[in-house]
Write a protein that binds this ligand. Structure first.
Ligand code: ADP
Ligand code: MG
Length: 211
């Protein structure tokens, strides 16, 4: 991969990561197999990759079962955004919560949120894998409301919004969170089998429903 100078030194992921936040693997839109993932039109991704949504401070939400390409597509969009010179940060929800909790412990939560608000695209992966305790839920809420109509989020979840009530443990807070998150958002629901299991069903390792 050729690194445009404006992106800065290669980090292994095509966009700037912060200290302590693991670089995701590089995935690009060109690597994406649209014959596999038919629940998203290539045109929709191509349109997202023009990044009007960043200028408009809108969000993108990828929902769908494991292996359907949420992380892949969000990284591919992040790489494309970075190549266009936008700053991008990627972290799983739990990594992000850990960093916010640390900032809060040192009385720096507002500073950390304003630092993040200067990054136009923040990717939050894996919402819903682990339930949040009340402090984590409140930190995610602070993050989403601090970015509302100011800067963009890509949020990936393997759970539907209604299941978020259990993850966040508070129906009222989830309603307020989802309200802000989806008010200006493209919600992309991915369907189908896991890409990770592709080829394995023929090998008889796993039984899957017929296509
Ligand atoms: P999820 O985050 O939804 O659980 P991933 O994005 O991690 O799924 O995808 C699982 C694996 O399948 C990854 O190695 C990813 O690169 C690959 N993959 C998923 N979707 C596609 C796709 N449309 N084209 C090519 N590879 C894909
Ligand atoms: Mg994933």
């Amino acid at each position: 991969m050729i690194w445009p100078p404006e992106i800065g030194p290669p980090t292994g992921c095509g966009f700037r990561t912060e200290k302590g936040v693991r670089s995701p693997q590089t995935k690009t839109l060109d690597d994406s197999d649209f014959a596999f993932q038919r629940s998203i039109e290539p045109e929709v991704l191509a349109h997202l990759a023009q990044f009007d949504f960043l200028a408009e401070h809108k969000n993108v939400i990828f929902l769908g079962p494991p292996g359907t390409g949420k992380t892949h597509l969000s990284i591919a969009l992040g790489v494309a955004a970075a190549r266009k010179g936008h700053r991008v940060a990627f972290a799983s929800a739990s990594e992000r919560v850990t960093r916010l909790a640390e900032a809060k412990r040192f009385g720096r939560l507002t500073d950390e949120l304003s630092r993040l608000s200067r990054i136009p695209l923040l990717i939050v992966d894996k919402v819903g894998y682990i339930p949040f305790d009340p402090e984590a839920a409140s930190l995610i809420f602070s993050l989403v409301s601090s970015r509302y109509e100011r800067s963009s989020l890509i949020v990936n979840s393997n759970q539907t919004f209604s299941a978020w009530i259990e993850i966040f443990g508070d129906a009222v807070a989830v309603a307020a969170l989802v309200d802000r998150l989806v008010h200006h958002a493209e919600i992309i629901t991915l369907k189908g089998d896991s890409y990770r299991l592709k080829g394995k069903k023929n090998a008889g390792i796993i039984s899957m429903p017929a296509d």
